[in-house]
Design a protein around this ligand. Structure first.
Ligand code: LLP
Length: 440
């Protein structure tokens, strides 16, 4: 078993996380159950922050809350002194309800509504990352109406796209996000923003992709942006105070994955920004990053109980669990791979290779193909690792299955931060017909 954070096998041969036997958690809270190793989240948060501090670079590390947003999670982010990236009114609402300091909230999105922008202005958030001309003008007029000034970054697409080990550079980026850096749109947006009275342009933002294992994509994006900023400085005397290079730092889901440590990404990014700004005699901007997956991904474990089995002779054995694409849609959506163990007997020898099926009425609801396991019996507890990012946040009620609860564990303590949904919750928004439909 590859171990993450505080996960270990205890004397009863059970998986233990944060000093808590996960089988006791399954007994108390039922399954499926999401568990977060809080110490590991803190370690990751500090890893990012301390690298900037050590190198004396002003920075903001903003947790991309789309990876997992809940009031308890946001409170933890605040405890660690990070900033916060939200992408919708719902994520902003959650942050505000968690009393997260508004001035450290950054608001993203390619189609923010008027209501969302008003919410952002009224709550006094730190920065809106403006994605397009429509939003830029709407934000200016809403701020004017309210007599307020909003800090913004312009989201630009530098023509670098990265995914795991591959990155590609394109002349003109075909993306729904942001202002293109190469075709003049970013420059036009900058000029417009500089003239706006209710807008304060702090700098630029880019996000090149997710689950990235190399630094080349980030450094190339930084280089392209700084080249452009140097032109803008020359022509318009505009100096960018902030350079936000987004998130996307990869994590290890299976042994095929070989990510860098958080500090390695940060060090390379800093070095490139320092080199490039020195080349163009520009002052060093504040560097902002937005890790989501790399802060919470490997801190999350999902527990399931095994149920029915199906043997297809000479082909495979399916073992079904009590969750699936409801609580983790990533295998169905992205063919994402995970590792798992039987949490109630981790030390038992591996005896067979099985495939783990979800319980939704859909053939594509397969959680893990070809997983080596001890001989599983119904009632065993399967622990799937690295489910902390984009698991709960993409969970759904397909087949009207209630969403599982979430617990935080740390130093032997357990905090239930999201309750299990009930059947009552499932129907709580439904309304009965108000008229009788009579068809003869
Ligand atoms: N900043 C921006 C502007 C983003 O769009 C994203 C992710 C992040 C930061 C955080 O990226 P991270 O550090 O988590 O890679 N649902 C997909 C991932 C979608 C990521 C979208 N944007 C998945 O489950 O793999």
């Amino acid at each position: 078993m590859h171990t993450y954070g505080t996960a270990r096998v205890n004397q009863s041969g059970h998986l233990e996380v944060g000093g808590v036997d996960v089988i006791s958690l399954a007994n108390k809270y039922g399954t499926p159950l999401y568990i977060y190793d809080v110490a590991l989240i803190r370690e990751r948060a500090r890893g990012f922050k301390e690298t900037f501090e050590k190198l004396g670079v002003s920075a903001q590390v903003a947790y991309a809350s789309k990876a997992f947003s809940a009031i308890g999670m946001i409170q933890l982010v605040e405890e660690e002194g990070l900033s916060l990236d939200v992408v919708s009114g719902g994520e902003l609402y959650t942050a505000l309800k968690a009393n997260f300091p508004a001035e450290r909230i950054h608001f993203h999105g390619n189609n923010k509504s008027k209501e969302e922008l008003i919410m952002a202005i009224e709550s006094g958030i730190g920065c809106v990352v403006v994605d397009n001309f429509y939003e830029l003008h709407m934000l200016q007029s809403l701020c004017e109406q309210q007599g307020k000034v909003m800090n913004i970054l312009l989201r630009v697409t530098p023509g670098v796209e990265a995914h795991t080990h591959d990155y590609i550079t394109t002349g003109q980026e075909d993306s729904k996000f942001g202002f293109d850096l190469n075709n003049g749109q970013a420059e036009e947006a900058m000029q417009i923003a500089l003239k706006m009275t209710a807008i304060k342009l702090l700098g630029v933002h880019c996000h090149i992709g997710s689950q990235i294992f190399e630094t080349t994509g980030f450094t190339l994006a930084a280089r392209k942006i700084i080249e452009k900023l140097a032109e803008w400085k020359e022509r318009y005397q505009f100096e960018s105070d902030v350079l936000n290079l987004g998130g996307g730092f990869g994590i290890r889901y299976t042994e095929e994955d070989d990510p860098l440590e958080p500090w390695q990404y940060v060090e390379e990014i800093i070095k490139e920004v320092q080199d490039q700004t020195a080349t163009y005699s520009m002052s060093m901007p504040e560097i902002w990053i937005e890790p989501g997956r790399s802060l919470v991904g490997d801190a999350g474990i999902t527990l399931y109980q095994t149920g029915s089995e199906k043997h297809v002779p000479k082909v495979r054995k399916y073992i079904a669990i009590d969750g699936g694409m409801n609580d983790n849609i990533r295998p169905a959506l992205y063919e994402a791979k995970y590792e798992a163990v039987l949490a109630n007997r981790v030390n038992d020898p591996v005896e067979e290779t099985v495939s783990i099926a979800g319980k939704c009425c859909e053939s594509g609801d397969m959680l893990i193909w070809d997983l080596p396991l001890p001989k599983a019996e119904s009632g065993d507890i399967l622990a799937v690792f690295c489910t902390g990012a984009y698991g709960y946040s993409m969970a759904n009620n397909y087949n009207r299955i209630p969403r599982p609860p979430v617990v935080f564990v740390e130093n032997g303590n357990v905090d239930l931060i999201i309750k299990r949904e009930s059947y009552e919750d499932i129907i709580k928004l439904d309304l009965p017909l108000t008229r009788t439909m009579s068809h003869k």
